[in-house]
Design a protein around this ligand. Structure first.
Ligand code: SF4
Length: 280
């Protein structure tokens, strides 16, 4: 049985999966009070080169096959079962290495297996797919059978977002939301907008106003995530006061806001920290 490569004091466990060709990817099991979550990788490295992301430094080495994606889930679930047999199987977030929608067909097959009663047997509501805004994949999102969508937003302003997510130069905020708005959603199924807070960059009143304008009319949730540092990162995490102030500014503008707890930071397993080989 695969055992975690590292575990952190908060219970987060990071797994290293070696692939048939010797490359490797990481997955992370994150403990929550009711149900654990497993964060899966969809590619070795990533082509999107987001400047806040350790994986983005690797470049894209290759896509994972659907079997390589589902095997991560099986490995982590087996370990989880032996350590917490009373718990429900973990929910799934595709927020590990890679842009999942850039590897759409393998992602789709892996979700079909995860939701099949002969496979992972978990409901589509228990699965979240995160994207930096890869429009060809968003245009096919409905094929994924009702899973949740998370958009890495990080700024409502195109010029600034393009510095964080180069993909924004190809498909800007308005174009991405035009496609997202056309995706069928269940009642009370939110568009999750991931918002990484970087000190002095994206947490002013101006940002709060623009987020209100962008997300106010939509059924959206803002997930605030304090930046998780990694070696060579050009950004810093804001202070607790700054994070709280920005959160209150969003709440005052009647946006739905959730502050994501940072887990696994000590073992480089938190959001944006995964890396199995920096590009030389
Ligand atoms: S944030 Fe996601 S899409 Fe961007 S470089 Fe990292 S893994 Fe790729």
């Amino acid at each position: 049985m695969l055992t975690p490569a590292l575990t952190s004091p908060d219970g987060t466990a990071k797994f290293l999966h070696t692939l048939g060709d010797g490359l490797s990817v990481e997955s992370v099991l994150i403990p929550f009070s009711k149900r654990h979550s497993v964060c899966l990788s969809s590619q070795v490295g990533c082509a999107m080169a987001c400047t806040f992301c350790h994986t983005g430094l690797m470049g894209l080495k290759r896509h994972l096959s659907s079997q390589e994606i589902t095997q991560q889930y099986i490995d982590v679930k087996n370990w989880h079962l032996t350590h917490a047999p009373e718990r429900l199987p973990p929910t799934v977030v595709f927020m590990g290495q890679g842009e999942p929608l850039h590897n759409f067909d393998a992602l789709k097959s892996s979700i079909q297996w995860l939701t099949d009663h002969t496979g992972g047997n978990i409901g589509p509501r228990m699965i979240t797919v995160s994207t930096a805004g890869y429009v060809p994949g968003l245009q096919r999102f409905a094929e994924l059978g009702g899973v949740n969508l998370a958009l890495s937003l990080h700024s409502p302003f195109d010029e600034e977002r393009s510095q964080l997510i180069p993909l924004n130069k190809r498909w800007n905020v308005a174009e991405v939301f035009k496609v997202i708005d056309a995706i069928p959603r269940r009642r009370r199924q939110y568009i999750n907008c991931e918002y990484l807070l970087m000190k002095g960059v994206n947490h002013s009143e101006r940002h709060a106003d623009a987020l209100r304008e962008l997300l106010g009319p939509r059924q959206a949730m803002v997930n605030l995530i304090p930046f998780n540092p990694f070696p060579g990162a050009p950004w810093q995490r804001p202070s607790e006061d700054e994070i709280e102030t920005f959160m209150q500014q969003l709440v005052a503008r009647r946006l739905r806001v959730f502050r994501r707890t940072t887990k696994g930071e000590e073992i480089m397993a938190a959001c944006g920290q995964l890396n199995t080989g920096v590009r030389s």
